[in-house]
Design a protein around this ligand. Structure first.
Ligand SMILES: C[S@@+](CC[C@H](N)C(=O)[O-])C[C@H]1O[C@@H](n2cnc3c(N)ncnc32)[C@H](O)[C@@H]1O
Length: 295
């Protein structure tokens, strides 16, 4: 079905009200976009901050006459006759198909490949993870996932016990198993992540070695030789005592999901329990690694 979209430049104060009014005018969806290049990396819990210059994008059925909607918005004092807007025709595309067409097999480190389940495997001799992320985070294209995959690839995981905190699509958990881990525990707050991890483990014939839990259900005495957690700096800080408890003495830790400027502070916090290495970086993101001290 073809669509038209109305883009209105406004401020963070008025964006939500304009979005609500456009829904009342028959828009089928509203998207808010950064009007300039001002990224918001890690909002505080419960906050949904908007950019100072925000563009409200309203999608309408292509048959809609937008003249009355534009006139109505121009009559509002917060927009007025000078309202900056644009009307665009949207090509009718199959967005899922488009995303699938753009996701290709990627190599991480020396041995590991992440291969979308709908693609051919480029190197059958490699360690191949066949992946469909479904609705969960984790395709390998994000720098934080890439940093964790490279770390796992460089370890000898043979028969090791591994914990994947914040397992998302299960990409790290399944990669660890394909790299030889004996048993992996994946934990996530999102039930869809648990489902996606289970499906990906089955796809890779390693489901019998993957235990999955919501945080409240994880076993009390759970411990592993290796723990990887790609979450965000805030939760990683809060979870630090629990994460430390989960790693055996001499065991290895990797944390990602943190920004470069957060690396030093988080590393120093974890140094209570771990001998920390220098951080590794990719784009704006970092990975911290360390070895558990004796408790
Ligand atoms: C950035 S994604 C990482 C997914 C995957 N491990 C990867 O590396 O691509 C973070 C995941 O952590 C989960 N998460 C966030 N806070 C969490 C918490 N406190 N405990 C467990 N999982 C959490 C999210 O639901 C999400 O699936």
């Amino acid at each position: 079905m073809p669509w038209i979209q109305l883009r209105i430049s406004t401020s963070n104060e008025h964006a939500e009200l304009i979005g609500d009014l456009l829904m009342e005018q028959g828009a089928v969806s509203i998207t808010l976009e950064d009007g300039k290049d001002t990224p918001i990396f890690e909002p505080k819990l419960g906050e949904t901050p908007l950019w100072k210059d925000t563009v409200v994008i309203a999608l309408f059925d292509a048959e809609t006459d937008l003249t009355p909607t534009v006139e109505f918005l121009q009559s509002m004092p917060i927009l007025g006759q000078d309202m900056k807007y644009k009307i665009e025709q949207i090509e009718d595309k199959d967005w899922v198909r488009e995303w699938m067409d753009n996701f290709h097999p990627i190599q991480f480190g020396k041995r590991l490949w992440i291969c979308p389940s709908w693609r051919d495997i480029p190197d059958p001799e490699a360690v191949n993870v066949i992946l469909d992320p479904g609705l969960a985070f984790g395709t390998g294209t994000h720098p934080t996932t890439a940093l964790c995959l490279e770390w796992l690839d460089a370890l000898d995981l043979t028969d090791k016990q591994v914990i994947d905190f914040g397992c998302g699509s299960g990409i790290l958990a399944v990669a660890a198993l394909k790299l030889g881990a004996g048993q992996v525990t994946g934990i996530d707050i999102d039930y869809q992540a648990i489902e996606a991890s289970k499906a990906n483990a089955e796809r890779n014939q390693v489901a019998d070695k993957l235990a999955l839990y919501l945080p409240e259900d994880q076993p009390q005495n759970l411990q592993a030789e290796i723990l990887v957690a790609n979450i965000l700096a805030g939760p990683l800080r809060e979870l630090a005592p629990l994460i430390a408890e989960r790693v055996q003495s001499g065991g290895k830790l990797a944390l990602s999901g943190l920004l470069k400027e957060q690396a030093e502070e988080l590393s120093s916090h974890y140094s209570q329990w771990f001998v920390m290495d220098e951080p590794a970086h990719k784009d704006d993101w970092s990975r911290l690694t360390g070895v558990r001290k004796s408790s």
